[in-house]
Design a protein around this ligand. Structure first.
Ligand code: PEP
Ligand code: MN
Length: 364
């Protein structure tokens, strides 16, 4: 059972809910706080034998906004009919239903010059979110594994210089989180990092627990490429269950030759499903879904076409590979767009989003 308090309820009001819960045997209250823009919302989750617990006594408390019985599934990330979408602010950037973000950047950090070219282009076009891979999980041990911790000082410095506030950065081991935190601190918190869990680690439960045990950095969770959506949602629940609710759920295609010639079978039809089942902001990654920069007869890259599918289905975040010189990229060059396409992409995103919102209005 989830008891949501009115925003900015007092400590005494929260204590009253906990005291009432304590009257029922076999029920443990757990408190979760969600800090949004200008308001903090607390939830008390009753865990245990809650079947016999009536909702009315809680509803009668003045400070309670709603009381919802939830199934065991997706207790924290689940939408449970009445619970609102999750919104959070990180390093001055708000994530939620009304906020569109394009994380455009390098699949893998290679040179300082390329990072600076990307950051400068982002600033020129008013983008404050990017992707920069420092730790790369590669299929072969002989492929470029990413520059690791040694590139973090200059990546963070350049992000700060060009006003980039959030970098999506994959971590494949708990040690990477400490390295990122140390480098952020040393940079004077020049920027922020959203910890990315890659598709290959979607069920690395120990890693999921570690990113969930810290609350400072939000998490971009990528669905597993070879598991069901339900399994991926349960994996995201691991993160929240450890205490970090600030998760963006990213679709990136699933592994199947039925998607050929694209790298993966594009799964953006799942956007509304994820939005119905969970309250998390949804992201689409067209680059790893499509895996190639081919252009359709209409002049648009396949990558644009699948972004359109994701946005028209209600996604609010796009994670996309760019590279100043894709032919020199050390990882995933064939799917990277060149920087001259960035303003066109932003216009496209804006127009498709507007079309989506207009159609939603017609239905209301
Ligand atoms: C990536 O975003 O660089 C990446 C490796 O993606 P995925 O985990 O979706 O393959
Ligand atoms: Mn990649």
């Amino acid at each position: 059972m989830i008891i949501t308090l009115e925003s900015n309820a007092s400590k005494e009001e929260l204590d009253a809910v906990i005291a009432l819960a304590a009257r029922y045997d076999g029920v443990q209250p757990k408190v979760y706080t969600f800090a949004g823009e200008g308001a903090t919302v607390s939830e008390v989750h009753l865990v245990g034998n809650t079947q016999a617990v009536p909702t009315e006594p809680f509803e009668e408390l003045g400070s309670v906004r709603s009381v919802v019985r939830v199934s065991k599934k997706y207790r924290l990330i689940g939408r449970h009919d009445k619970t609102a979408s999750h919104q959070f602010v990180y390093n001055g950037v708000r994530f939620g239903d009304d906020d569109m973000h394009v994380f455009a950047g390098l699949c893998a950090v290679d040179t300082r010059e390329h990072v600076e070219q990307v950051m400068a282009a982002l600033q020129q076009h008013g983008v404050t979110t990017t992707r920069m891979g420092a730790y790369k999980p590669r299929t072969s041990p002989y492929e470029f594994q990413g520059l690791g911790a040694k590139c973090l000082p200059w990546v963070f410095e350049l992000a700060g210089k060009y006003g980039v506030r959030v970098i999506a950065m994959e971590v494949t081991d708990a040690r990477h989180i400490d390295e990122i935190q140390r480098a952020l601190e040393a940079s004077g918190r020049a920027t922020g990092v959203m910890l990315q869990i890659g598709t290959r680690n979607a069920q690395n439960f120990e890693l999921l627990k570690v990113v969930g045990q810290q609350r400072e950095l939000p998490v971009l969770f990528k669905r597993g490429m070879g598991i069901t959506l339900e399994e991926s949602l349960n994996a995201a629940e691991y993160i929240a269950s450890e205490g970090n609710p600030n998760i963006v759920f990213c679709l990136r295609g699933v592994k199947s030759h039925l998607g050929d010639p694209m790298r993966n079978l594009v799964d953006f039809a799942h956007v509304p499903v994820v939005r119905k089942l969970t309250r998390l902001p949804v992201c689409v990654d067209p680059s790893h879904s499509v895996g190639r920069a081919d252009v359709a007869p209409d002049g648009l890259p396949y990558i644009f076409h699948v972004i359109g599918q994701g946005l028209i289905a209600g996604a609010t975040n796009v994670l996309i590979d760019f590279h100043p010189k894709p032919e020199t990229a050390l990882c995933d060059g064939p799917q990277a767009l060149t920087l001259d396409k960035l303003p066109i992409l932003l216009t496209y995103v804006d127009r498709v989003r507007t079309a989506y919102l207009d159609v939603c209005k017609l239905y209301r």
